[in-house]
Design a protein around this ligand. Sequence first.
Ligand code: ADP
Ligand code: MG
Length: 339
Amino acid sequence: MDAKARNCLLQHREALEKDIKTSYIMDRMINDGVLTVSEEEKVKNEPTQQQRAALLIKMILKKDNYSYISFYNALIHEGYKDLAALLQSGIPVISSSSGGKDSVGGITSYVKTVLCEGGVPQRPVVFVTRKKLVNAIQQNLLKLNGEPGWVVIYGMAGCGKSVLAAESVRDHFFLDGCFPGGVHWVSVGKQDKSGLLMKLQNLCTRLDQDESFSQRLPLNIEEAKDRLRILMLRKHPRSLLILDDIWDPWVLKAFDNQCQILLTTRDKSVTDSVMGPKYVVSVESGLGKEKGLEILSLFVNMKKADLPEQAHSIIKECKVVECCHWGILTDLLHKWNLS
Ligand SMILES: Nc1ncnc2c1ncn2[C@@H]1O[C@H](COP(=O)(O)OP(=O)(O)O)[C@@H](O)[C@H]1O
Ligand SMILES: [Mg+2]
């Protein structure tokens, strides 16, 4: 476990030992595969509640980052929100791409199902990680702390915002801990009033598959906004709405509805007049030579160091403004692959 996580656990050990009842928490940790049944037995054999909690924490301290996150999530789910808040600053950052552990912390079948149901796009075929940015988005989403608010991914066209938004939720512990109600992806784009109404109607239909709230579509934007609020509140609490590619501030008004929202945009000012806390993650327009070469090497299935001289010229060809452009490079490569 990271030193930061360990210290945080040690620092709040007393408060945790005093208050938690271990049985449901352990069930969750066993489900997550971070605690064994025999460890559970040992804890259960302790005579008092406090001693059981103390032994469980002692065990967690010897474990890895995933165990910390699993414990944190268990606290949230079992009604110990205040205690979970104490551990929040120690949450270790685990990227969905941290290899090896994929079945535990990354892209589990749970993640695949939730993202597929929520309409989150898949990874590009050739994919390179951008850990720092994904972590920054996740940290900002964590700051919302379950309350309504906005996280904005902002940057030029083609800089990889949509891919990053999808990537930030492609992580088991993150999804389970922060958005157990799931995620709902809406590709918004540039819209006029009737286009927006259609987007809202489609979203309401998706959120109310069994038509338990209403059997007819909302007739105007105002009605759709009201419907959306009720659906998010009653049917999909603790879920995340992802609004991809927002162009106009007036479009956001329809979604300004006490939800937790992650959005991508080229115009940082789109959230100027919405309510609630806002956190912005800026994505640089450039891809950088190294990431460019990384994409190329994945494409041709060759080590970066073994790429021929032409690789550098290809990267130069894709220069937009100062730097290389994610979309242009990958488009070029796909075309090249087809020809
Ligand atoms: N992490 C990545 N790895 C590989 N290719 C990427 C990555 N991010 C973006 N791309 C490529 O760049 C294109 C544009 O990315 P996208 O996220 O749609 O940009 P934006 O939303 O900022 O306009 C994608 O279709 C993909 O081909
Ligand atoms: Mg986009």
